[in-house]
Write a protein that binds this ligand. Sequence first.
Ligand code: GAF
Length: 390
Amino acid sequence: MSPLHQAALSAVQAGFESRFNHAPAGIWSAPGRVNLIGEHTDYNGGFVLPFAIDRRTVVALSTRTDRTVRVASSFGGEAVEMSLDELFPENFAGWSAYPLGVAWALGQFGADLTAMPGFEAYIDSDVPIGAGLSSSAAIESAVALALNDVWGLGLDRATLAKVGQLAENRAVGAPTGIMDQSASLLGQADSAVFLDCRSLEAEVIELGFDPAGLELLIIDTKVSHDHATGGYAARRTSCETGARLLGVPSLREVHVDDLPRAADVLDDETFRRVRHIVTENQRVLDTVRALRVLGPGTIGPLLDASHLSMRDDFEISVPQLDLAVTTARGAGAIGARMTGGGFGGSAIALVPRDLIPAVAVAVQAAFALDGYATPDTFVVRAAGGAAREA
Ligand code: GAF
C-alpha cells in the first residue's frame, strides 16, 4: 500500500492542474528523515542510523514537447521557468534550486541533458521546513525518482542519493554528506537504514519501537539553521584538518583506541572534534547491536551520550536543544539527543507511549519559563522510502 494518503495525492494533482492546465503524467513521493544516531559521521566515511519518517514531499510531473522546465510548489509562490540549456547551478535561486539542481545533477551522473525533453513539476510537502528533518532531501529524492522514471535513466537508488547530495552541495551550496538522501530513498517501514558511508553499503535494521511501547518524539525548537553557511562547513573543515594531521584519508580510519595518540598530535579543539566523530561511530555500532540483540529499550544511554558529545566536543548544540533534551529526560524519556546538523532544528526523545503527553507538556513549560519560542512536539514513525504513487 502506498504510504501516502489519498488527500495528499488529490492536493498535488489539483495543484499541478491549476498551474499547468493539464493532468500530470505521474506522482512520486519521498519522506523526510530523522537521524536516530550518527551525527556528522557521514562526510567522515563513518556510520549513520537514520530512518524515513511519515511526513512526505509529493511531486506531480509531466514531460513537455520542448526544452522548457517549469517548477512550482505549494510553498514557493510563482512558477520558476528555465530552459534545459540554462540549467547551471549559478542560475538557481531560492527553493527552486532543489528541483532544478536535481535535474542538473542527473546530467552529471550520465543523463544526456541535451537530448532530454523539458518538464513541468508541482511540489507539495508536509515535511516541516527548517526543523532538521530533511525537507530538502525529500524534495531532491522525489524529483530524482520522478525524472529517473520519465527520462528513462535507469539509475539505482544509491546513485539517486548521490544525485540529491550533489544538488545540495553545488546548487544549494551546503557541503552536506550522503545520509539524508539515502534515508529518504532507502527507508523502510518500522526500520532504520544502517549506512556505512565509506562503502555505501546499507542494511535495514528493525527498530521494534511499537512492540516495546516506545515512540519517538520530535521537539522542533524553531531555532532556524542553515547548512550552507557557518558552523556546518567549519566542522567539516575541522574534521578534514584532524584527518590530515593524523595521516589518515578520513576519520573513519581512527578508532577509540587511537584517541590517546590523537590527543598528543592535535590541538584541544581539533581533538574534541575528532573525538566526537570517533566515539559517535562506535555509538552507532553499539546502537545497531543493541537493537538487534536487546531491543530499543536499551539504547537510551547511547542517545544521551551522543548528545553530550555534540554539546561538549563537537559544539553544535544550542541552549534550546539542551533544554529540550534535559527536560524530556527528566519527564520520562529513556534517552534524548539533538538530531541532524545542529545549530538549531530538532531534538528527539525516545519515550514510553503513555508518557508522550507529559513529556510534551514539560518541554513546552520549560521553554515558556526560559522565554523561548514555543516548540512543536510531535511523534514520528519509521516509514517507507521514496515511491511512485500514481
Ligand atoms: C545534515 C547533513 F545534510 C547530513 O549530511 C549530515 O551531515 C547531518 O547534517 C549531520 O549528521 O543533515
